[in-house]
Design a protein around this ligand. Structure first.
Ligand code: AMP
Length: 194
């Protein structure tokens, strides 16, 4: 059983890698971005609230995001491990996740950061915008999302780094190569802990 986080800037391929890793390890991948997009599509109250922030490239407020994650982690399929993709993104979310896990007597086994430089990310995201038409993939919004990553989410990375639980993986390269690197990093981390 593995409980892990995959952290990475927008465009680093973390959604793709999260799906592959979850298949390989037999754990559920939970993407807060996907849950929000599903709710936007279905026009649920959560989706209507989240859309305002998502379209601007801002974070959905912690009050909304945290309780959504708490509910999702309480579902049966998360009992035997999970891979969280896109959460936590703020230090307050780290503290909230600490609480959720502590209540269950659980802890994280692996925290991975996928790394890539900004210009490569902007190029990839502009490309993705042409293919998928995601409403938050315009250049201004992309740059804003990257800025939030640097100002908010890197503090999350530092926090796990201070705790000694962080592993960095180079996110540049062919999708298969990156998957191999991620799987190798997970194996090394889990093995050295046991
Ligand atoms: P993603 O697919 O992970 O890039 O997320 C898309 C958008 O969903 C983000 O730009 C935010 O607006 C929102 N979002 C996803 N995860 C979070 C989170 N942990 N905290 C706040 N907003 C989030």
């Amino acid at each position: 059983m593995t409980r892990m986080l995959l952290i990475g800037p927008p465009g680093s391929g973390k959604g793709t890698q999260a799906e592959r890793i979850s298949d390989r390890l037999g754990i559920v991948a939970i993407s807060t971005g996907d849950i929000f997009r599903f709710n936007v599509k279905e026009q649920t109250p959560l989706g209507i609230e989240a859309k305002k922030y998502m379209d601007a490239g801002d974070f959905v407020p912690d009050s909304v995001t945290n309780s959504m994650v708490r509910d999702r982690l309480a579902q049966d399929d998360a009992a035997n491990g999970f891979l969280l993709d896109g959460y936590p993104r703020t230090v307050a979310q780290v503290e909230y996740l600490d609480e959720i896990l502590a209540e269950k007597g659980q802890s994280l086994d692996v925290v991975l950061q996928l790394t890539a430089d900004d210009e490569e990310l902007v190029a990839r995201l502009l490309n993705r915008a042409k293919e998928t038409g995601r409403s938050d993939d315009t250049e201004d919004v992309i740059r804003h999302r990257l800025e939030l990553y640097h100002t908010q989410t890197e503090a999350v990375v530092s926090k796990y780094d201070e705790r000694g639980t962080l592993t960095r993986v180079d996110g540049i390269g062919a999708i298969d190569e990156v998957t191999d690197r991620v799987l190798a990093a997970i194996e090394t981390t889990v093995r050295s802990a046991s």
